[in-house]
Ligand binder design. Structure first.
Ligand SMILES: Nc1nc2c(ncn2[C@@H]2O[C@H](COP(=O)(O)OP(=O)(O)OP(=O)(O)O)[C@@H](O)[C@H]2O)c(=O)[nH]1
Ligand SMILES: [Zn+2]
Length: 368
């Protein structure tokens, strides 16, 4: 984003339009998607109260429908590549919610393949860290009942605008860490919602050689509270220790709770896991894909630290691919393990068997 674009107060940048739409959706207000001659009003069911649901039904003369993703449709026993749409005229809030999120939910009696504009609406919900079940309705251009609603061009959802890649270092300062010693915390601001993300520089890495780097996705439960359901807290601390042992490196701590689904979705998924589902099926039950993380921010932050070649400390092949796709040369990979427990063994097994992580789980179990 150039300074000129920042100082243009007469037009709205594509990424700003999307940011505003996210805020409206999270507030439980309809957003209009402009699709050629069509206008699609949409609400994220995740943010809807029964009263709001009824008001939307009234404002759309009961012509509203429910969009469910391919993953959710699949869990309901319906195969549909681009998701499905369910007419809601005779369906109240409770039943719609059961179609959208309930474990072993009711298969809808009537459905049709979804159209691309509805899938775009669910993309907006994903960016907003909301579940991708959408209440949608085609409305007439100029319908006064939606006059105060924000509209968004769906092309702006797909474009990774320059502004979204734009990060700036805000501050870098020393923090002494238990067992690690002095580390520098560099704070970067940018990306979606101009959030603050951090890089922790351990020791003094040699920038002329590939730099040891760990990209760690935030896990509030594991990193902070010592949850036994995953090994994230161990991996965070072991990862830092590995960087120190390697003579210095960088840990990028990304705001990607729940593999990019958000803490709300992760806790809902935990509820399903308590009923016996594995992590991937639990996410699919909520309409989510296996992994929702992106690595543009990590690559941008590494770039600002003058790092273009890295040895990545991870077991996750999609992190390697994600960094490479964003121009970082990954010259090697080092495993980062935690402790296997009765509570996290299924989580680790799913990572190995269904997400291709390079974990030698059986030897880890034997080592315990
Ligand atoms: N959706 C979902 N996310 C989870 C669950 N358990 C942990 N997570 C998230 O999974 C992510 C794990 O992050 P990382 O440890 O950086 O990544 P990883 O994919 O395990 O790969 P490496 O640790 O680098 O090998 C965090 O964002 C956690 O919040 C779960 O049951 N469901
Ligand atoms: Zn975790």
């Amino acid at each position: 984003m150039t300074q000129d674009q920042c100082f243009d107060f007469q037009s709205v940048l594509p990424e700003t339009e999307v940011e505003r739409a996210i805020a409206e959706l999270r507030f439980g207000r309809p957003v209009i998607l402009r699709g050629g001659s069509r206008q699609l009003a949409t609400l994220a069911l995740d943010c809807v109260t029964p009263a709001l649901y009824d008001r939307f039904a009234h404002a759309t003369d009961n012509r509203h429908s429910l969009f469910l993703t391919r993953e959710r449709a699949d869990r309901l026993g319906i195969s549909a590549q681009n998701g499905i749409t369910v007419p809601l005229a005779d369906i109240g809030f409770e039943k719609a919610s059961r179609h959208a999120y309930a474990l072993s939910g009711d298969k809808p009696a009537v459905w049709a393949p979804a159209d691309p504009l509805q899938a775009d609406a669910s993309q907006l919900a994903r960016l907003a860290l909301l579940l991708p079940a959408m209440v949608t309705a085609d409305i007439e251009p100029g319908d006064s009942r939606f006059a105060a609603c924000l509209s968004v061009d769906p092309a702006n959802l797909r474009s990774r605008g320059a502004g979204r890649q734009h990060f700036q270092q805000v501050v870098r300062t020393r923090v002494p860490l238990k067992q690690i010693g002095d580390a520098d915390f560099a704070v970067f601001r940018g990306g979606m919602a101009q959030k603050d993300q951090i890089a922790i520089i351990v020791g003094t890495p040699d920038l002329t050689a590939p730099v040891p780097v760990r990209i760690h996705s935030s896990c509030l439960t594991g990193d902070l509270f010592g949850s036994l359901k995953c090994d994230c807290g161990d991996q965070l601390r072991n990862g830092l220790a590995q960087l120190k042992a390697a003579g210095g490196g960088v840990l990028i701590y990304l705001d990607q709770e729940g593999r990019g689904t958000g803490i709300g979705a992760k806790m809902r998924a935990y509820g399903f896991q308590h009923q016996g589902l594995d992590t991937i099926d639990a996410d699919a039950e909520l309409g989510l894909e296996g992994d929702n993380r992106r690595y543009e921010a990590a690559a941008a932050m590494l770039g600002l630290l003058d790092i273009s070649r890295v040895v990545l400390h991870t077991n996750n092949p999609s992190k390697v691919d994600g960094l490479r796709a964003n121009g970082i040369d990954v010259t090697g990979q080092v495993r980062v393990t935690g402790t296997v427990t009765a509570d996290n063994v299924n989580y680790l097994r799913t990572k190995t068997l269904r997400a291709g992580h390079t974990l030698e789980l059986e030897s880890l179990i034997a080592a315990e």
